[in-house]
Design a protein around this ligand. Structure first.
Ligand SMILES: Cc1cc2nc3c(=O)[nH]c(=O)nc-3n(C[C@H](O)[C@H](O)[C@H](O)COP(=O)(O)OP(=O)(O)OC[C@H]3O[C@@H](n4cnc5c(N)ncnc54)[C@H](O)[C@@H]3O)c2cc1C
Length: 379
């Protein structure tokens, strides 16, 4: 079967790309090992934080502001509420890169941001406890994305625009010869003129088939929901949060519709083979204890653990994304290595992938996310 574009991996980035490519009139096929949204990749768990004054560096801000605009477009097109504006509170030491990057990003792009000392944070949100030397950066316009709902919305709209989605079909082999792409699953062979590889933790193995060895490391991550005092922690009055503490970086979500506080740890995690199922939440002895020690110290009005889950990050060495064309094939676009902070960008990444496929360039600068930085390192 022949297509204009094949997308391998119909998850966060791939499904959005499928929408933009099919909307542009491209005959698009999306292939996935499972049936997205699903719980075997990086996109499950109900919610993802979206913030604009970016702690990871100001170079992300143009892309995230584009993403914000496109999330609102998706809400309008799908008639679904996907982005809840809870505000996001970043907490850390005043001189840390984490806090300084938030402030620099906000200043440079005139983003609303309230910077406050620890006593002001505790006065505004009685459910937070902080050491005296912490500061808080509250971004009122940021919030929470419904991740699986967003992927479903892109899926439905992509299908309306004529995209074909073949699920439960793992790609086993692929090759590119000029404008002839050949993709094989166990059951079928597909052909196209162009290719998008957006396969999350599976990207490294797939790209090796196209002579590209990218330093992508899948790691096991855990997150969990805890019963919480709803009067304090409900999403109408409590923000999503990211805390850089002396133990590590923790993030969490207010209780949305009584679901409880959801919390996870951003740094660390065991390296895994993405083709082998990972240990469930609780099978590693520290899973619960690590989150509980953070909550007891900083979000103290919580009660029992409800349940926990595991998910994957795919890390690059500098924890920045890869969004680029293949160095050898100008008809192959790659989006990989989202290092545990990519979901909020997926609307803009999907659009960028469609632009790369159609014209080789994007209106938002993608140079911070180029493949070259790893190829140069090897020289
Ligand atoms: C616990 C957790 C919390 C997070 N919190 C946040 C947050 O608050 N904010 C934020 O912005 N980001 C967050 N992230 C990160 C974000 O979710 C990821 O960066 C993003 O989902 C990655 O998207 P992806 O498209 O690369 O991967 P995925 O969404 O996993 O999609 C990849 C798809 O490729 C498919 N695939 C793989 N191999 C093959 C193959 N051989 N053939 C066919 N299909 C294949 C998979 O089945 C999958 O569907 C979090 C991640 C985790 C795990």
């Amino acid at each position: 079967m022949n297509y204009d574009v094949i997308i391998i991996g119909a998850g966060s980035m791939g499904m959005a790309a499928g929408y933009y490519l099919s909307k542009s009139g491209k005959k698009t096929l999306l292939l996935d090992s499972f049936n997205p949204p699903h719980n075997k990749g990086s996109h499950h768990g109900g919610t993802r934080i979206i913030r604009y004054a970016y702690a990871e560096g100001e170079e992300y801000v143009p892309l995230i502001l584009k993403a914000q605009e496109l999330w609102r477009d998706l809400e309008r097109a799908s008639e679904k509420e996907l982005l809840i504006q809870t505000g996001v509170l970043g907490v850390g030491k005043e001189q840390s890169d984490f806090i300084q990057n938030i402030i620099t990003s906000a200043n440079k792009y005139s983003l609303p941001l309230e910077v406050m000392d620890s006593s002001e944070v505790q006065r505004r949100w009685s459910g937070i406890s902080l050491p005296n030397d912490s500061v808080g950066c509250f971004e009122p316009t940021s919030g929470v994305l419904k991740c699986e709902e967003s992927i479903k919305a892109y899926q439905e709209l992509a299908e309306v625009h004529g995209a074909t989605i073949v699920t439960n079909s793992k790609v086993r082999e692929m090759s590119v010869e000029r404008d002839r792409v050949t993709i094989k699953t166990d059951e079928q062979t597909f052909y196209s003129e162009a290719l998008v590889v957006s396969a999350g933790a599976g990207s490294r193995n797939l790209l090796a088939m196209l002579d590209l060895d990218l330093p992508l490391t899948p790691v096991r991550k855990t997150f969990a929901w805890f019963d919480a005092n709803e009067k304090i922690y409900n999403h109408q009055s409590f923000p999503a949060f990211a805390f850089e503490t002396s133990h590590g970086i923790y993030y969490g979500f207010p209780s949305i519709d009584g679901a409880g506080i959801k919390v996870g740890r951003h740094d660390g995690g065991e390296k895994i083979n993405p083709d082998i199922s990972m240990k469930e939440f609780g099978e590693v002895s520290e899973d619960k204890g690590d989150l509980v020690q953070f909550l007891k110290q900083h979000i103290p009005e919580i009660d029992q653990l409800k349940y926990g889950k595991t998910c994957m990050y795919t890390l690059t060495p500098d924890e920045k994304f890869i969004i680029d064309l293949h160095p050898k094939y100008s008809n192959v676009a790659i989006a990989a290595g989202f290092s545990g902070h990519g979901f909020k960008f997926s609307s803009a990444v999907g659009q960028a992938l469609s632009h790369l496929i159609m014209s080789g360039k994007n209106d938002i600068d993608l140079s911070p996310f180029s493949i070259n930085r790893f190829l140069d390192e090897e020289k």
